[in-house]
Design a protein around this ligand. Structure first.
Ligand SMILES: Cc1cc2nc3c(=O)[nH]c(=O)nc-3n(C[C@H](O)[C@H](O)[C@H](O)COP(=O)(O)OP(=O)(O)OC[C@H]3O[C@@H](n4cnc5c(N)ncnc54)[C@H](O)[C@@H]3O)c2cc1C
Length: 158
């Protein structure tokens, strides 16, 4: 990927004026965002300046400074949130949410449950998807322990 080509995956630019005055916020995704993270602040600023000048038709606009995320290379995040890439389907999301051991295995009990935005088949990449997925897995545990307790004889709690 040549240097300014990563800008082809900038999906939106909008002004955030309510809190910060003259601030322009841009969104970038895919491999282009990973590539962007390898560039210096100076290189990103140069490319973004070209983009803004081209977009506005004003050749004198010059950002004072930039602040950009590097979540892909941050070992504590390894990215921002999921999306269905070309060739993926909801089946992939459903595979991600399947507890271990899987229902095809006869092994009991459930050992590992998966929640988080990437496991919600409709609302992946959102906060409400993350919340609903947590509730779904909590319900799964309740249902698992309720059925297990009702099938075993009652024990004294003393
Ligand atoms: C810039 C931005 C803007 C967004 N705007 C919106 C919006 O307007 N509306 C909306 O609905 N959603 C928005 N989202 C998406 C939303 O924030 C996420 O979908 C949601 O926070 C995902 O929640 P989660 O619990 O699935 O994952 P996360 O919030 O990512 O939580 C995962 C946690 O696991 C921790 N972790 C990772 N690896 C390990 C490990 N090995 N050991 C221990 N802990 C680990 C991480 O540090 C993190 O705390 C936005 C996201 C970004 C980045």
């Amino acid at each position: 990927m040549r240097h300014p080509e990563f800008l082809s995956n900038v999906s939106s630019l909008y002004f955030e004026t309510s809190r910060f005055g003259h601030l322009l916020c841009g969104w970038i995704a895919g491999h282009e965002s990973e590539y962007m993270e390898t560039l210096s602040d100076q290189e990103v600023m140069g490319s973004v300046t070209q983009l803004v000048r081209r977009f506005t038709g004003n050749p004198t606009i010059t950002p004072k400074r930039i602040l950009r995320s590097q979540w892909f290379h941050d070992p504590w995040t390894l990215g921002s949130y999921s999306y269905l890439a070309k060739g993926c389907s909801v089946q992939d999301v459903e595979n991600l949410m399947e507890p271990l051991p899987t229902s095809r295995s006869q092994a009991q009990p459930v050992h590992v449950l998966f929640a988080g935005e990437a496991t919600h088949p409709c609302y992946y990449s959102t906060v409400h998807g993350a919340l609903l997925s947590g509730q779904r897995e909590a319900d799964r545990l309740i249902s698992y322990y309720s059925s297990r307790d009702s099938s075993s004889p009652a024990k004294s709690k003393l």
